[in-house]
Design a protein around this ligand. Structure first.
Ligand SMILES: [Zn+2]
Length: 446
């Protein structure tokens, strides 16, 4: 199978744009008719839903954040104002916690499930997965949507799923069932490879043919290293319960956005307008419904708190025409030093320099201390063998990569307003190991 839904995935650009605008009109009308939040909003702002004709007009509608969703659900309000259907039409209920407080509630219909699953099915097929493949899913089967809808996607393409839900599964799973792929995060897949080696199974000689990385943004260097360790290609995915699922095809030239199912706009930092094509900005998503479709929870203009750049709207060498974006980064993982921003991924890039990897595991964490006059960043890296860890080379490689293309930070580093200190640690010695949950690798303690 080359495509899961060829006529849509390879649709000519002008036809695709027409289809998107058609779906925007239907979806906005559906929201105005069925969502208590949007019904009230159109009424209060005296805007006629029929005036929203194309994607450009979406700028007239409010930008919805995670905070808005929380403010429009119990206990803040008496009902779920983004819920568009009656209780008896709800198939599943989900929650996403994010980093702060009250979880956001999401209600899905069976239609929603099929659309989510279709996005994954297209992505799997674009990564050359198909009938006969056996995939271990390490993403969690909890209140979020990802792992569950991946499992449904597998059914649609005839693939076998091994629903482990985490990457700490016993190595015998690989020996006994000979899976051909694993879905996990970069670091979990690295740790799994080390565990396999310890138990005498060389990852490069295992049954695995491809890996899918998701759940967090990463540096290209860490992907390259993971590919070396396993000896197979690693494909990127970007998804969330709030609405999207973008997958990198086997050409690895950016993540394809399923444009007929989700509309992606890139906004400036003030969230007032779109950025110019090719500029970095905030990802704002709108779920699209096909005419006649229904959604349990509908978000138009949802601010993801992630940033990206549109790489191209031209046809990809894989034949798909849907637009491609760069690996999104989390805004919450961006810090400012000397008037210049950098992201956790920039630190990760410095760590995963190819010549470093004979000495370190790749596990790292960084802390920022100081005030507006002087900032110190302490980067801790885990050595494979603390007695045989070439610290000078690692530091040199890190600084060269980290300060490259960052003139303000480079200047601050030279004049001593930005100090970068290094700390080399034995395996399992990093601070985040002591804290439950997703590791926070760049912590601002200013
Ligand atoms: Zn492609």
């Amino acid at each position: 199978m080359t495509y899961f839904r060829e006529e849509i995935e390879t649709m000519a650009r002008d036809e695709l744009d027409t289809l998107v605008d058609e779906r925007i009109r239907y979806t906005v009308n559906f929201a105005a008719d069925h969502s208590p939040f949007y019904r009230k909003w159109f009424h209060d702002n005296q805007i006629n839903p029929a005036d929203i004709q194309s994607h450009e007009d979406l700028r007239e509608l409010p930008i919805i954040s995670g905070k808005t969703v929380r403010e429009k659900q119990p206990p803040e309000t008496s009902k779920y104002e983004f819920k568009c259907i009656d209780w008896d039409q709800v198939y599943t209920i989900h929650e996403t916690s994010g980093t702060s407080g009250t979880p956001k509630s999401f209600f899905l219909t069976w239609d929603d499930w099929n659309r989510y699953a279709e996005k994954y099915a297209r992505s799997f097929v674009s990564q050359n997965f198909g009938k006969g493949d056996r995939v271990v899913v390490c993403a969690s089967y909890g209140m979020n949507v990802g792992a569950n809808t991946m499992t449904l996607a597998a059914q649609k393409i005839g693939m076998t799923i091994i629903p482990e839900g985490k990457c700490t599964f016993p190595v015998r799973i690989i020996r006994n069932y000979q899976p051909t792929g694993i879905v996990g995060s970069i670091f979990k897949l690295l740790r799994l490879a080390r565990r396999m080696e310890k138990e005498g199974l060389d990852p490069q000689k295992s049954s695995i043919k491809r890996l899918i990385a998701g759940g967090e943004s990463f540096a290209e260097e860490s992907r390259t290293y993971l590919e070396e360790v396993w000896g197979v290609p690693v494909y990127n995915t970007y998804g969330s319960t709030e609405g999207t699922m973008c997958g990198e095809c086997h050409k690895k030239m950016g993540l394809h956005v399923p444009e007929d199912l989700v509309h992606l706009d890139v906004y400036n930092p003030q969230l007032q307008n779109f950025v110019d094509e090719g500029e970095c900005g905030r990802i704002v998503l709108t779920t699209l419904l096909p005419p006649g479709g229904k959604a349990g929870t509908l978000l138009l203009n949802y601010d993801t708190d992630d940033t990206t750049v549109v790489i191209s709207r031209e046809k990809c060498p894989c034949g798909r025409t849907h637009l491609r974006i760069m690996n999104p980064q989390r805004e919450a993982e961006t810090v400012w030093v000397s008037g210049s921003p950098f992201n956790r991924v920039d630190v990760e890039k410095g760590v995963f320099q190819p010549d470093n990897m004979q000495y370190i595991t790749g596990e790292y964490e960084a802390f920022l201390y100081g005030d507006e006059n002087e900032v110190t960043m302490r980067v801790s890296m885990e050595c494979l063998d603390i007695n045989n860890c070439n610290k000078e080379i690692i530091q040199e490689n890190f600084l060269k990569s980290f300060l490259e293309y960052k003139p303000y930070l480079s200047e601050a580093h030279q004049d001593g307003t930005l100090n970068i200190l290094f700390n080399f640690i034995e395996p399992n010695g990093l601070e985040f190991y002591k804290i439950k949950g997703r590791p926070k690798r760049l912590v601002d303690r200013r």
